[in-house]
Design a protein around this ligand. Structure first.
Ligand SMILES: N[C@@H](CCC(=O)N[C@@H](CS)C(=O)NCC(=O)O)C(=O)O
Length: 272
């Protein structure tokens, strides 16, 4: 996680920014909500509604799946791009889950209760019957393996391999440098921005986008005709293309438009 030095954390993606320590326990700082969009059972936790609307609710009903068990708990923050990946997959696949907001500004991610889910103190993480998993791409793959329908992966080995390649490249070439720009721009006053690394990050993204522009020519989505985990990984960052001030080509612009307009992406979009 890249974030400006000497910055006070105000967000869900503040990396090593330093914030005031709160003394409440992690248990007191996490707030449970039920993700039930499309099931009609209960509304998803509204994006950005951190205090008034997120309340403790009864556990979700059992999940029918080959690998999943009774309750899938997803630890997240509404401003977190990496958490958004998991929330998009939940909506796309209509997976019932209990959303638990982790109070990142209050540093609940460093309390023992949360560190037992993710010892790195980051969101997202999931917990299923006491079995925890962290890292957004690993979570996406687990959800796909245990709840394969509707699929977010192509059926054939080559198609799957291409999706895996794009997921990897998204983190190596795009989401990493994007965060160097987005964390300061979203959460810090301009006078605290450190411009040089932001400019380097912008150049790195532009180089990546020029490769991707060729790759995506003639395709609806990154791996072909259908929306896959490759698009899920990019989606939270494509929302911020204007903020990144990069120069995507026409094929990327139209792909990004399709991705960000998907209901699952719109519904989970961070408030800022
Ligand atoms: N590689 C991780 C990145 C997760 C991450 O950086 N999460 C941020 C929020 S977007 C976080 O939890 N930051 C809290 C902190 O660093 O204290 C993933 O893919 O899940």
């Amino acid at each position: 996680m890249v974030s400006p030095r000497c910055a006070e954390r105000r967000d869900g993606c503040g990396g090593d920014a330093r914030g005031k320590r709160h003394h409440a326990s992690a248990g007191g700082d996490v707030r449970a909500g039920r993700h039930g969009a499309r099931t009609g059972a209960a509304p998803a936790v509204p994006v950005g509604a951190r205090d008034a609307s997120i309340v403790a609710v009864p556990p979700a009903s059992p999940v029918e799946s080959s690998g999943g068990s009774a309750v899938l708990r997803v630890y997240y923050h509404p401003l977190s791009t990496f958490s958004q990946r998991v929330r998009i997959s939940l909506l796309e696949k209509d997976i019932p889950a209990e959303l638990v907001e982790v109070d990142l500004p209050g540093r609940a991610q460093f309390q023992p209760e949360y560190l037992s889910k993710n010892p790195y103190g980051r969101v997202p993480a999931i917990d299923e019957d006491g079995w925890a998993l962290y890292e957004s791409t690993a979570i996406l793959e687990y959800l796909e393996a245990t709840r394969p329908s509707p699929p977010l992966l192509p059926p054939d080995p080559r198609g799957r391999a291409r999706v895996a390649m794009h997921m990897k490249l998204c983190d190596l070439e795009f989401s990493g440098p994007a965060r160097s720009i987005l964390v300061p721009k979203r959460f810090l006053p301009k006078e605290q921005w450190i411009v040089e690394p932001m400019e380097k990050a912008r150049a790195k993204i532009d180089k990546h986008l020029s490769i991707l522009e060729t790759e995506i020519q003639g395709k609806e989505y990154l791996a072909g005709d259908r929306f896959t985990l490759a698009d899920v990984c990019y989606a939270p960052f494509l929302q911020f293309l204007p903020t990144l001030e990069v120069t995507p080509g026409p094929a990327i612009r139209s792909w990004a438009g399709r991705v960000v307009e998907r209901p699952s992406v719109r519904e989970t979009r961070p408030a800022r």
